[in-house]
Design a protein around this ligand. Structure first.
Ligand code: UD1
Length: 415
């Protein structure tokens, strides 16, 4: 079994750069399906999920390849195919991002149902209801969603929940609709703003992104363009917590502190010393920080993708913390592994109560999902003795060389 071996108890010091965001790169790549000619994305992270999306684009008839320097070049000159391969959609739920661009561009798309995943059931009903408002009909048969549209028309779309994926899928499709679409109760995550900026450079007419009301005036075509992927606020946050949990002092560069504001606020509340600049943020731990309470919410609330890492931080805080996970119904699996390292956590449905302990103990633990992987590594960094962390495939889906980045600021990690 391949694993990571961490010798904990070493404070981390230094500066480390964040990569481009997974959750921005994936929809940006999907959006390139709608753009004629050539597009170049820079600051693209090297991740399994990005490589899965590149395979998806190639399977659909678009030439897309990762080149040196974190650059992806996409050539969309041939007729795009309609059917997304089963193995790629089941490997990565975000493959469903191709649905909106494909049906908008060609009038027809057949995409396997993405199914659930370990953190929750994750249905696509909000995507489909949004599509319906644009005149896109769907049927679900033999495990595939078939989407058809004769005439794509702009309309008002009220999302019953600000789903990130549904906002992105509907926003992309609406770019090529006739007339104006207004998405109400839209998700406001920075990755949606990044996608809207890319689409606008390609000729789309989108305003209001970053707010709960996005207006899209349809255009006849989109043309390839260049765009740098926004920095990964979740990776940046994970690196900052590595500095805090080990009692060190770490600066994360190439990031947008504003995007991490909900997390920084909570870290300050815990008594950590936070610094920010235009494209960097830093943390310094002065003694033992205190427990805090938080609830995961859509942006600008506390991100569910930082919940596991924050839980790791709170396992060794002074006092008790309460976490409410409001986005996904099964996102506490890391808690069981943290308890194997000596953490004191009680789970009750959507709540976790963490009683801080002075020390964790190195143990053999298994990664259950992407962000759980980061949480266990963070716990390993502060635990006494050696931790063996298994299940790295989950980590590689969404972190671009996290062990290497941590080593660069002093962590003792081998693989
Ligand atoms: C995206 C992120 C993921 C993050 C999540 C929430 C990407 C590639 N992934 O996932 O990292 O954890 O946002 O910030 O950007 N839901 C429905 N019906 C739908 C769609 C969603 O019930 O049609 C529910 C989901 O089951 C979940 C909640 O809404 O409980 C949030 O999901 P959503 O915002 O859509 O997350 P994703 O776009 O899948």
């Amino acid at each position: 079994m391949t694993g990571l071996f961490i010798d904990g108890g070493v404070p981390l010091f230094g500066s480390v750069a964040a990569s481009g965001a997974k959750n921005a790169a994936l929809p940006l790549l999907a959006a390139s399906l709608m753009m004629n000619g050539s597009s170049t994305l820079t600051n693209v992270p090297h991740l399994m999920d990005v490589f899965t999306m590149l395979k998806m684009l190639n399977a659909l008839g678009v030439r897309a390849e990762m080149q040196p320097g974190n650059r992806v070049v996409i050539n969309n000159t041939k007729k795009v195919k309609h059917i997304a391969p089963y193995d790629l959609v089941t490997a990565m739920r975000a493959s469903f991002f191709v649905a909106g661009p494909l049906v908008a561009k060609t009038g027809f798309a057949k995409v396997p149902l993405p199914g659930g995943c370990s953190i929750g059931s994750r249905p696509i009903d909000i995507h489909l209801k949004g599509f319906e408002r644009l005149g896109i009909q769907h049927s679900i048969e033999h495990g595939f969603v078939e989407l058809k549209v004769k005439s794509l028309r702009g309309n008002s779309v009220h999302l019953e929940f600000p789903s990130v994926g549904a906002t992105e899928n509907v926003m992309m499709a609406a770019c090529l609709a006739e007339g104006t679409t207004v998405i109400e109760n839209a998700a406001r995550e920075p990755e949606i703003t990044d996608l809207a900026n890319f689409l606008n450079k390609a000729g789309a007419k989108i305003i209001g992104h970053g707010s709960a009301c996005i207006t899209i005036q349809g255009v006849a075509e989109l043309n390839g363009t260049d765009h740098p992927v926004v920095s990964d606020r979740i990776e940046a946050g994970s690196l900052l917590i590595a500095g805090a949990i080990t009692g060190g002092e770490v600066t994360v560069t190439n990031c947008v502190p504003e995007h991490s504001a909900p997390m920084l606020e909570k870290m300050r509340e815990a008594g950590l010393v936070i610094g920010i600049g235009p494209d960097w943020m830093s943390v310094k731990a002065e003694g033992r920080y205190t427990g805090i309470d938080f609830e995961t919410l859509p942006f600008p609330g506390f991100p569910t993708d930082m919940q596991a890492q924050m839980m790791a931080l709170l396992t060794v805080a002074n006092g008790t913390s309460i976490i409410k996970e409001s986005i996904f119904e099964n996102r506490f699996m890391h808690a069981h592994e943290l308890m194997r390292m000596g953490a004191k956590i009680k789970l009750d449905n959507r709540h976790a109560v963490i009683s801080g302990v002075p020390k964790l103990a190195g143990a053999e633990v298994k990664i259950t999902d992407l962000r759980a992987g980061a949480a266990l590594i963070l716990a390993g960094l502060v635990a006494d003795g050696r931790s063996n962390i298994y299940g790295l495939k989950h980590l590689r889906r969404g972190y671009d060389d996290l062990p290497g980045k941590l080593r660069s600021i002093g962590a003792r990690i081998t693989d």
